[in-house]
Design a protein around this ligand. Structure first.
Ligand SMILES: Cc1cc2nc3c(=O)[nH]c(=O)nc-3n(C[C@H](O)[C@H](O)[C@H](O)COP(=O)(O)OP(=O)(O)OC[C@H]3O[C@@H](n4cnc5c(N)ncnc54)[C@H](O)[C@@H]3O)c2cc1C
Length: 399
């Protein structure tokens, strides 16, 4: 495994369950931080539970509270096979927990501070060279090296920035309201002059005396979000200071998020890219931890079947996420038009429509519609995403 984030560690754990010997390498020494909102939806909690990890005992959320355009709406996590609990955990802790869980398996070894720097490919990967000079001759390689995917790039991974992507910044703020059971998102951010800013803000309580406070915006090559996310974050934290009794934001960092499968070159004969490396991030809510955990499980499920993964892996990704990601990307693209939210926000967030629209939106944004759901929203969502897939799917997803 290249990379010991949620995707790499989960893949190592799943591979150990299949009786495989695993080496995980990461260029960082652990525990390490990762720029993230630290939010975990019920989908992510479900994946962690499948691995025997419970993170809800220290903090759990019951849903999302959305604010803006003169309204505030509560959207509880919907009743679904994933359960109705979310959580949030600083990545220094979550990633260490996952790595420890993997390394607790007898057949898993971890090398920290060891970047995978060179690769020898003769059809398949024959050798991986680490930053300390160690040479490895793996049977399979799962590449979970995150958003920049420097190792993946050597294998031909290309990120298509014409598709929508995220830019975001996060911080940690001390607050006495760290046990607040709703995670909060503000869809209308204004500067001191009252000018509306592109982007949205989030406050994810952590249950440890702090909240993860951040903001983000959606962008494309053609319509770059003209926003300094770190500056916007400070403005947002100032605006929320009284309500949350926030201390000064600490550890402010920012990063990009590739989304919705907008990369190509994700597999070869004996290797697969998973998690952020494969742009498996939900374009509508920026959630990627869950997709890292899910793609880990799915990739390991096809390891050892003796197949060439070059076509199999993109096909598996398309089957599981194609419809939802493609429709989400289309909707997210609409959000890159500066007029979109100011026009639709007041209807969506104010009474009387808000209390009907936003819980539905939160369900769709969280990709919490499942095959078994038979209600009207689920049927319409499936029909629309199926149509997008037929029109564009094979060309623009992991293709
Ligand atoms: C501001 C922001 C907010 C976000 N908020 C949320 C949120 O609230 N909830 C959510 O679910 N998702 C969120 N995300 C997305 C989430 O952070 C990622 O989707 C998630 O970290 C992906 O996990 P991963 O294991 O694929 O990659 P990573 O967690 O990035 O792990 C990759 C690992 O690979 C290692 N590595 C890289 N290159 C090499 C190499 N050559 N050799 C060895 N090791 C290497 C790195 O050191 C790193 O440890 C957010 C992202 C951003 C930027």
């Amino acid at each position: 495994m290249i990379g010991a984030g949620p995707a790499g560690s989960a893949a190592a754990w799943h591979a150990a369950q299949q009786g495989l010997d695993v080496l995980i390498v990461d260029q960082a020494q652990f525990p390490r931080d990762k720029t993230c909102g630290d939010g975990l939806t019920p989908r992510a909690i479900h994946q962690l539970e499948l691995m025997g990890i419970d993170v809800t005992s220290h903090y759990h959320s019951k849903g999302l509270k959305l604010h803006g355009f003169g309204g505030s709406v509560e959207a509880p996590w919907p009743d679904s096979p994933f359960g109705t609990l979310g959580s949030a955990m600083p990545r220094t802790e979550l990633d260490q927990t996952l790595l420890d869980h993997a390394v607790a398996q007898d057949s898993v070894r971890f090398l920290g501070g060891a970047g995978a720097t060179e690769v020898t490919v003769e059809g398949s990967i024959k050798q991986v060279r680490l930053s300390d000079g160690t040479q490895i001759h793996p049977r399979f390689v799962i590449v979970a090296d995150g958003v920049r995917s420097t190792f993946g790039k050597q294998l031909g991974r290309t990120w298509h920035k014409g598709e929508v992507f995220g830019i975001a910044a996060r911080s940690y703020c001390d607050t006495p309201f760290c046990d607040e059971p709703w995670i909060h998102s503000h869809l209308e951010l204004r500067d001191a002059e009252g000018t509306i800013q592109p982007g949205y803000g989030w406050i994810f309580p952590l249950g440890d005396g702090r909240a993860n406070v951040g903001c983000g915006a959606l962008s494309t090559d053609k319509r770059p979000a003209k926003v300094n996310t770190k500056k916007l974050l400070h403005l947002y934290a100032d605006q929320q200071r009284v309500a949350w009794e926030f201390a000064k934001p600490q550890h402010v960092t920012s990063a990009l998020l590739p989304m919705g499968g907008a990369v190509s070159g994700v597999a070869g004969p004996n290797w697969m890219l998973i998690g952020d490396a494969a742009a498996c991030v939900n374009p509508l809510n920026g959630e990627g931890i869950d997709y890292g955990l899910e793609t880990a499980r799915m990739a390991v499920a096809i390891l050892g079947q003796g197949e060439d993964f070059s076509d199999t892996w993109p096909a598996v990704l398309r089957e599981h996420y194609g419809e939802a990601f493609l429709l989400a990307r289309t909707l997210a693209r609409a959000l890159t038009y500066p007029q979109f939210l100011p026009l639709t926000g007041p209807f969506a967030l104010r009474k009387p429509l808000g209390k009907y629209i936003m819980p539905t939106a939160a369900r769709l944004m969280g990709n919490l519609v499942v095959e078994q759901d038979r209600d009207l929203v689920a049927r319409c969502w499936r029909a629309a995403s199926g149509m997008s897939m037929r029109l564009r799917g094979d060309r623009v997803l992991w293709g």
